[in-house]
Write a protein that binds this ligand. Structure first.
Ligand code: SAH
Length: 261
């Protein structure tokens, strides 16, 4: 028996109904599947039952990687590495379906990194990822709500997002202290062009820096009081950051980029 390592955020899924539900989140048959942070392989077994064309696992813990190799050997390809250090785009020459029940902080870091790194084409068909419930609610938040902010704006730029389910701590061993939610992300066919995503990050950082204050100050800081952009985007500076919809933020980032180029 391998002891769960707290430092690697190891909370293994043990609820069979939840494992079944996750493996039913999207079509697996004949797909190339990448599972990140497979742990003891609980979800791996469920995914394999659905007959993927090929399955690759990336697990940071070398002890668990060895164990997975022993248990599944010729059915899968195991990479003992840190998902944050891997260039996701060069692993495959076909689009992949990604599953991951990773430590919460890594899920958030990974989704941000993958969106920022996305080039003109998507390397995945969809992503099925686990988050802390509060973070998931921020990711799927709509404008005019208190959860709406930088994370929802970044994630919604190029992806359509749906919640599959909430998951209680007792579905895991050891039990985490918080509730979880499983989200699925699909590539958007159309999105507003921003050449450098860092500009979107900067615009949202400055706008949401003081989320209860009016838009006037951050707008002037970024756009030096430019009136034509305000008119074009129909922005009322007496509103608050959460009152501007997704599209307005993408357009603001694009205008900001134009001004600086
Ligand atoms: N998916 C499994 C395990 C969840 S625990 C299940 O649902 O049962 C999280 C797993 O992610 C652990 O196996 C941990 O070792 C692994 N992990 C943590 N950080 C990682 C990283 N940066 N890259 C790859 N795997 C990581």
């Amino acid at each position: 028996m391998i002891k769960a390592k707290k430092s690697l955020g190891q909370n293994f899924l043990i609820d069979q109904n939840i494992l079944e539900k996750i493996s039913n989140a999207t079509i697996i048959k004949d797909k190339i599947v990448l599972e990140i942070g497979p742990g003891t392989g609980n979800l791996t077994s469920y995914i394999l039952k659905k007959n993927p064309k090929k399955m690759v696992l990336i697990e940071k813990d070398s002890e668990l990687s060895n164990q997975l190799n022993n248990n599944f050997n010729n059915k899968i390809n195991i990479i003992n590495d840190d998902i944050l250090k891997i260039d996701e785009t060069i692993l495959f020459n076909e689009k992949v379906t990604v599953f991951g029940n990773l430590p919460y902080n890594i899920s958030t870091e990974i989704i941000s990194k993958w969106i920022i790194n996305l080039q003109n084409s998507f390397w995945f068909e969809c992503l099925v990822l686990m988050f802390q419930k509060e973070v998931a609610n921020r990711i799927i938040a709509e404008f005019n709500t208190s959860d709406y902010g930088r994370l929802s704006i970044l994630c919604n730029w190029k992806l359509n997002i749906k919640k599959i389910c909430d998951i209680k701590p007792n579905a895991f061993s050891p039990k985490p202290k918080v509730d979880s939610s499983l989200l699925i992300f699909y590539p958007k066919k159309k999105f507003i062009k921003i050449n450098d995503p860092k500009n979107l990050e900067k615009v949202t950082r400055i706008f949401f820096n003081q989320r209860r204050k009016m838009l006037k100050k951050p707008y002037n800081q970024l756009f030096n009081g430019n009136q034509s952009i305000l008119k074009k985007l129909k922005i009322d500076l007496n509103l608050r950051p959460q009152n501007l919809n997704f599209e307005t933020y993408y357009k603001l980032a694009s205008e900001y980029e134009k001004l600086r180029s």
